[in-house]
Design a protein around this ligand. Structure first.
Ligand code: DON
Length: 571
């Protein structure tokens, strides 16, 4: 055998071919999976075509997946202003190909220093729901700007300013009013009236902007430019911080300059759970995603789900969700404030115990499980993106300002829509929040504490390849990621994962909420006969974005949820 190198014929030694083949096999086995040579494409899936293009632009400019993640996150802040943004937070799950290192960048909001446990209760101790949902009192100290600066500085190849450039351009040139913006305003127009800076953009003349009109965001562009020029401090100190605190306080909020100056991102070790031949790499607390998905899979692993009838499979999946969401309500919160029995919750022995109360022929009423008694929902606000670059770097990012348009409040002069993530705390033990989630002391409000989240950016790694996934959807995020992970491990492709019809159980309320088509007539009958209460969701739920890489063929695939208006690219 001979081949040509620089025009010189090279004849390998007699056993050369054998040793070369052996070496290739050993390297392929020893290298981190994603560093294997057959990855020749990048893949991006986001909830908006302009965000996907921002990622593409940055990869083409020599950036890696982490730079692309910065560009996509910032672009989403402009083009999906109702879902995430500089006034909110998120989790960015990273895989660095060169080192194999995996880390979760926690840019979750924190409660301001003046927050108190009972701040949303009236004199009679009753929750005043509105206060944690609209206006500046509903807003935690944002984490997204800090996370973007951190990502660029520690993981990116390009300057922050380069990665923020597409978002700044979108903000300055303007974007068309989308269906999402229209929907968000439909839900939040009333609250918007209390923020003149918000109304000036979205409700000119007191009426929601019309589809097709162009919105320009001059203040937001200026804030993005400050972040681009001065990094972290450009947002958390100086003129932007001053404007934010002045605006918040003037409208009855409790933020101080110190709260902003004190904000820090936290790097966290992901949760890893083995299921069959796959490893799931997931978000740890203050996200509840990794624990709840891991706990559910541990419960399910005792059955060969593929061999069961579909109704049994779905029944068992619901029972696993019920138990794992109960643990969420009971135990989970910010690790800096509560000690959580995570190792126990993820221990196979624990799942063995949980399984003993599961019957194949009957649903377990949630009231029969030990624990807290009452308190489900989800929309397509919040946002998720998945990126894989040719080097094998990956990012799964789920970002949020919580419900549509967050607190529906913009501190004048900043262009920044504040989150209403304070509602993700448990305002009162046993009282459901906007997503009908229950919580206990572990998720009570405390100054500087991160509120428990359901955002679940995840990787699945197996001999088949890698899947990068996540979705918005409030409390339903976790069950959506669980169902799609199970589907991928059963051979589904990216498109099937995002299109899958969804069902959900979150302990309380004790109902299986489902999309049209999630169950066949036979399955419905079978589930009802077991005592499950089924509730058809009036709306579809989720907006999942998935990128997959097939280890054998080297093929990269990306899919965006048909329920949303996202776009993917593979090249
Ligand atoms: O962190 C959480 O769990 C929520 N703030 C996510 C909100 C969400 O997904 C809303 N979208 N439908």
């Amino acid at each position: 055998m001979s081949r040509s190198r620089n025009g010189v014929a090279v004849r390998p030694a007699r056993y050369g071919f054998f040793f070369l083949a052996l070496l290739i096999c050993i390297c392929a086995w020893a290298l981190p999976a994603s560093a294997q040579p057959e990855l020749t494409q990048s893949g991006i899936a986001t909830a908006h075509p302009l965000a996907t293009r921002a990622g593409e632009e940055i990869l083409a400019a020599g950036g890696n997946a982490f730079d692309a993640a910065v560009a996509i996150s910032a672009a989403l802040a402009v083009v999906e202003p109702y879902a995430s943004g500089l006034g909110g937070g998120g989790f960015w799950l990273l895989h660095e190909a060169e080192t194999g290192r995996q880390v979760l960048i926690d840019g979750r909001e924190v409660a301001p220093a003046a927050a108190t446990r009972d701040m949303y209760l009236d004199a009679q101790g009753k929750p005043q729901a509105g206060l944690s949902v609209s206006g500046p009192l509903a807003a935690g100290i944002p984490g997204e700007p800090a996370a973007l600066a951190h990502l660029a500085k520690n993981y990116g190849r390009l300057p922050l300013a380069t990665s923020l450039a597409p978002a700044i351009r979108y903000a300055e040139q303007g974007i068309e009013v989308s269906r999402g913006i229209g929907m968000g305003l439909m839900f939040r127009a009333e609250a918007a009236r209390n923020s003149p800076a918000f109304s000036a953009i979205y409700m000119p003349g007191g009426k929601p902007v019309e589809a097709g009109a162009t919105l320009r965001f001059r203040d937001l562009a200026r804030t993005l430019r400050k972040l681009a020029a001065d990094g972290h401090d450009g947002f958390y100190r100086g003129s932007v911080a001053r404007r934010m605190v002045t605006g918040v306080q003037a409208a009855g909020g409790i933020w101080t300059r110190d709260d902003l100056a004190a904000y820090k991102v936290v790097e966290r070790e992901p949760i890893r759970v083995q299921y069959r031949d796959a490893t799931l790499v997931m978000a740890p607390p203050p996200s509840s995603g990794g624990v709840v998905i891991g706990d559910s899979l541990n419960i399910l692993r005792a059955w060969d789900l593929g061999k069961l009838q579909s109704v049994e499979r779905k029944h068992l999946t619901v029972e696993a969700m019920r138990r794992a969401y109960r643990d969420r309500a009971m135990y989970l919160g910010d690790p800096a404030f509560v000690s959580m029995p995570i190792e126990r919750l993820l221990n196979p022995w624990y799942a063995d115990g949980q399984r003993t109360s599961i019957r194949l022929d009957r649903a377990t009423p949630s009231d029969d499980l030990p624990g807290i008694a009452p308190a489900a929902g989800g929309g397509t606000n919040t946002t998720h993106f998945s990126v894989l670059d040719k080097a094998g770097n990956r990012v799964a990012g789920t970002l949020s300002i919580n419900t549509w348009f967050g607190a529906v409040f913009i501190p004048p002069g900043t262009g920044v829509i504040l989150n209403n993530e304070m509602d993700d705390f448990s305002a009162k033990a046993g009282t459901p929040n906007s997503f009908e989630l229950l919580g206990a002391d572990a998720n009570a409000i405390a100054p500087g504490k991160r509120m428990l989240s359901s955002m679940s950016p995840s990787f699945i790694e197996s001999p088949r390849g890698v899947a990068i996934l996540g979705t918005p959807g409030g409390s339903r995020i976790i069950s959506m990621v669980l169902l799609s992970a199970l589907a991928w491990m059963d051979g589904a492709d990216a498109r099937e994962m995002v299109s899958l019809k969804r069902y959900h159980h979150q302990y309380y309320p004790d109902v299986v909420v489902h999309e049209e088509g999630a169950f066949t007539v036979e399955e419905k009958t079978g589930l009802e006969a077991r005592g499950h209460k089924l509730e058809l969701s009036p709306r579809s739920f989720g907006n999942m974005q998935v990128v997959t890489w097939d280890r054998k063929t080297g093929r990269v695939d990306a899919a965006s949820d048909p329920r949303g208006g996202g776009e993917v690219t593979v090249y």
